[in-house]
Design a binder for this molecule. Sequence first.
Ligand code: SF4
Length: 451
Amino acid sequence: MILSNNQYLKDREPRVGFISLGCPKALVDSEQILTRLRTEGYGIAPNYEAADLVIVNTCGFIDAAVAESLDAIGEALAANGRVIVTGCLGAKDNVVRNLHPSVLAVTGPHACEAVMDAIHTHLPRPHDPFLDLLPPQGVKLTPRHYAYLKIAEGCNHRCTFCIIPQLRGDLVSRPVGDVLQEAETLAQAGVKELLIVSQDTSAYGVDVRYRTGFWKGRPLKTHLTSLAAALSELKIWVRLHYVYPYPQVDELIPLMAEGRLLPYLDIPLQHASSRILKAMKRPANSSNSLERIRRWRAICPDLTLRSTFIVGFPGETEDDFARLLEFLREAELDRVGCFTYSPVNGATANALPDPVPEEIKQERQAQLMELQAAISAQRLQRRIGQTLTVLVDAINEEEGTAIARSTADAPEIDGVVYIEEGVKLPVGEFTKVQIVDADEHDLYADLLNTR
Ligand code: SF4
């Protein structure tokens, strides 16, 4: 049975079947494609029936190999119906398509990227907020005025609800010179805002013991503070995501207060009860988070704090949840996302006792979001009357407004600033506005020169 995209989204991860024919070089291609599939969260199906789509990596070396490959494609089509062809025979697109016109896509050998593109088209993976660093639509080519910059891959932690380290391995920091070179290229190409991402941004450089790298012949430590300071020289917005509150984060706050980095921290705290944080095996226990948040705000009063939380983690009691709500009341975070706990295949938390019933999870999520909506709304009220620099993302011709973001708003996940009579503003440019109204998420502004 072939599942439609919508069916598999509801029930399970999308699964790909794989037939690998040919020589060792083809085998390496297969390994690369399989690695990418697993990294991106696809399952590998053991047979045609269990697959949502089948990849056939072909051989075209001798006639017998061509015949074997064409037979394998035919068999996969008959048994499954959704087939992508790659490999040496794929280089002869017409040979494949003449006999099997219904194949979904054909690529040549060593074409991992092209195969992945075809899979993303024909079997898109649902967005998983626990696994994905990037928003569901991935890195957009437009608007071109902001870009994600990944500084490391993998993670050294072993949070019990997460399988990222199993999928992507331990932390591997990119060389500081490479990161800065990419950042500079993006800035030169017109990018006005860099969104720094990794699984654990604060840990940047731990794996290489903060070794010294070079940028433009200048020695620089592979360390978040030196990287952030160097990025600030590009004179564009630099926004930090997935920053765990390790001590070195304190060093970033003065850079924010000086206007060199955006005064914005995305800190995935996940909970506030030390019992639950321990069960989650979170890298930084939040026992002193409140104190640090107060200190940060004293140094940089404009600091915007964003965080995400999980409710309904196994063993979460009413007391634990009350502790979380109390933390939110005291911390007065600006932006909060909240997920109900759901088991991820392969995560160690799946074996924990005392699961929280689904309806209690939902109730807690609603309660948390209601509390936070009031906090966020109250914090946004403080903006009314302020003059802010915003970056214009889009124009809504019908409404006659421009949609922009302030330093407090990351794209896709935070609020926006609606600018009245802003239709003539250039997209991707900064402008100054005066805030005239606010709700729970968004701000409303007039163009400064219209008032
Ligand atoms: S810090 Fe924890 S949640 Fe984040 S990627 Fe590492 S193991 Fe997963």
